[in-house]
Design a protein around this ligand. Structure first.
Ligand SMILES: NC(=O)c1ccc[n+]([C@@H]2O[C@H](COP(=O)([O-])OP(=O)(O)OC[C@H]3O[C@@H](n4cnc5c(N)ncnc54)[C@H](OP(=O)(O)O)[C@@H]3O)[C@@H](O)[C@H]2O)c1
Length: 273
């Protein structure tokens, strides 16, 4: 595994496991246990995914020392609107059955509150119970406003990112501010036939890799952490197996040229939830 270094010195594995839509208790538990057995040391959940209990139990039951696992959870929009970030964080810890998380993220930039919520995040960080704090779905304009007020620079911005939504300007901004970009839905959540794209297929056949591996390697070489979701053991292993080949600069540019500015999720300026 390769690690990115966050702006407070902590290390985050470049590939983690996402657990969105795994809200069945058993499916979430089994998926995380299997992933940990398969070598994953980075799990991405959220209070909104309604599986923090199962995720926490899987981590505790795994027998893997807690400090070897990087765990992220997120502050949901309703809790931001109700001005109860600190209480929501304590509830997440209690559901997880853990005494800290490695990364706590503001899940979405809630209109009018995406800057003010950061003060609560800074208090949570000061408590030591979140080893790093960051944001998700923040665009350049959200971050510029936040950075003008912040004492702590967000460690991460987790955003929708795949070859059909390349977001080069945002990635460049994040790198310049020492904020690690993280890609959610790196495979477009299997919509839009991304993994059947002929350009990705051609590159995949050259390296005897799958198109999923090409997408994850492209993220890694752009300095982007990725959190693909898989409940299938073989695909979990496949998604970790990206550190033994290297794309050329030309191939990276070719993949970037697939950009269609196409989202599978909501536009962060137009959320309705
Ligand atoms: N911050 C946010 O607002 C936000 C929003 C959405 C998602 N996320 C995070 O990002 C994570 C990943 O996003 P996502 O779950 O939407 O989508 P994704 O990771 O792009 O795609 C998951 C889909 O791809 C399949 N898959 C996984 N590995 C594969 C492979 N090697 N080859 C072919 N298919 C493969 C999975 O099926 P199998 O399970 O059957 O393998 C599943 O159907 C989420 O789980 C969540 O943690 C964050």
């Amino acid at each position: 595994m390769e690690y990115a270094t966050l702006n407070n010195g902590t290390k985050i594995p470049y590939v983690g496991l996402g657990v969105f839509r795994l809200n069945d208790e058993k499916a979430a538990y089994d998926t995380v246990r299997m992933a940990l057995d398969n070598g994953y040391r980075h799990i991405d959940t959220a209070s909104m995914y309604q599986n923090e209990e199962a995720v926490g139990r899987a981590i505790r039951d795994s027998g893997i020392p807690r400090e070897e696992i990087f765990l992220t959870t997120k502050l949901w929009n309703d809790d931001i609107r109700a001005n109860r970030a600190e209480r929501a964080f304590e509830s997440s810890l209690s559901r997880l059955g853990l005494d800290y998380v490695d990364l706590y993220l503001v899940h979405w930039p809630v209109r009018d509150l995406y800057v003010s919520v950061w003060k609560d995040m800074e208090k949570i960080y000061a408590s030591g119970k979140a080893k790093a704090i960051g944001v998700s779905n923040y665009l350049v304009h959200h971050l510029e406003e936040l950075l003008a007020e912040a004492s702590v620079v967000p460690a991460v911005d987790q955003i929708e990112l795949h070859p059909y939504l390349v977001q080069q300007e945002l990635i460049d901004f994040l790198h310049a501010k020492q904020i690690v970009p993280e890609a959610w839905s790196p495979f477009c959540a299997r919509k839009n036939n991304l993994l059947d794209d002929p350009v990705l297929k051609k590159i995949a056949s050259k390296y005897a890799k799958t198109t999923a591996q090409i997408v994850l390697r492209w993220n890694f070489q752009r300095g982007v952490v990725a959190i693909p979701k898989s409940s299938n053991g073989e695909r979990q292993k496949e998604n970790l197996n990206i550190f033994d080949f290297e794309l050329t600069a030309e191939e990276i540019a070719q993949i970037c040229s697939l950009d269609r500015d196409e989202r599978v999720g909501s536009h962060p300026d137009r959320i309705t939830f």
